[in-house]
Design a binder for this molecule. Sequence first.
Ligand SMILES: NC(=O)C1=CN([C@@H]2O[C@H](COP(=O)(O)OP(=O)(O)OC[C@H]3O[C@@H](n4cnc5c(N)ncnc54)[C@H](OP(=O)(O)O)[C@@H]3O)[C@@H](O)[C@H]2O)C=CC1
Ligand SMILES: Nc1nc(=O)c2c([nH]1)NC[C@@H]1CN(c3ccc(C(=O)N[C@@H](CCC(=O)O)C(=O)O)cc3)C=[N+]21
Ligand SMILES: [Mg+2]
Length: 291
Amino acid sequence: MTATLIDGKAFAANLRTRIATEVAGLKDQGIVPGLAVVLVGEDPASQVYVRSKGRMTREVGMNSYEHKLPADTPQDALLALIDQLNEDPAVNGILVQLPLPKHMDEALVINAIDPAKDVDGFNVLNVGLLATGQKAMVPCTPLGCLMMLRDHLGSLSGKRAVIIGRSNIVGKPMAQLLLRDSATVTIAHSRTDNLPELCRQADILVAAVGHPRMVQGDWIKPGATVIDVGINRTDDGLVGDVDFDAAKEIAGAITPVPGGVGPMTIACLLANTLTATARVYGLPDPEGLTP
Ligand SMILES: NC(=O)C1=CN([C@@H]2O[C@H](COP(=O)(O)OP(=O)(O)OC[C@H]3O[C@@H](n4cnc5c(N)ncnc54)[C@H](OP(=O)(O)O)[C@@H]3O)[C@@H](O)[C@H]2O)C=CC1
Ligand SMILES: Nc1nc(=O)c2c([nH]1)NC[C@@H]1CN(c3ccc(C(=O)N[C@@H](CCC(=O)O)C(=O)O)cc3)C=[N+]21
Ligand SMILES: [Mg+2]
């Protein structure tokens, strides 16, 4: 193995410790941040994430409010719950677990969340603020990736970044954050021509596709930093979008799956909840938790 392992699990544990310290400081002022997580339906993978989000929320000293609704919940009932959470002063962050059942309009539901409590940063207002370089709530997965990239590389200025995937939750906001750090950014997707050749130009390669081990070793520029966002359940366990065993011989640094981006996503959700709390009380943004 030549690549440095970027240990997202350890990085996330460290981040949660810093968050817990800040939460303790707020408690002395009578403030306890609260995160509401809404899960519609019984998807087993979603249940796992929601459970671990709840546990880590409590571990850092925040209040966790979990709302589990049946898969056939009418959209109006979900919107009514969101309204209630928007109005509840004990709730500082609201996360509606995606994907939603097919009878729901995902954009409509997400946009019903108060932008100040939109700790996923999926609301159109936050997307627009990020895209125009204003203070936004930043999506947790790309934020975690950015933190690891900065920690490993220092300045990202002038580096060539290729992101595979153009989703609203990972690829697009990742591009915005890298652009903001002055990387030269290319977004690839299912219609991209000659993807291996494009990837070979990348100093920073972010894979967010959802195809197990799609990125081959010979797609990677020697010494590149590889961030594997993919979470794929296969017969031989949880694997990323990158062929890790091949990639680790060529890359300069790489995130593993599990133990890479996933734990950072949850830590950044807590970071965003803390930031959202500080902002409602007119306190300065906690240091080192926002981009
Ligand atoms: N670790 C974490 O915290 C998180 C992990 N994930 C994981 O990250 C992965 C991506 O998630 P998400 O962004 O929601 O996925 P989406 O399915 O929403 O998007 C996938 C993207 O990959 C592109 N794509 C699909 N096939 C190819 C191909 N053959 N070549 C190039 N591009 C392709 C699609 O292109 P097109 O637009 O043209 O269809 C699309 O833009 C998944 O494995 C997901 O589980 C997601 C969120 C958080
Ligand atoms: N509104 C919304 N916000 C999200 O942020 C969101 C979502 N919906 N829907 C689903 C995706 C996926 N996601 C993950 C979070 C943590 C891990 C994680 O902790 N993964 C562990 C492994 C967990 C396991 O073993 O299953 C790891 O990679 O080490 C993975 C994936 C957040 N998402
Ligand atoms: Mg998706």
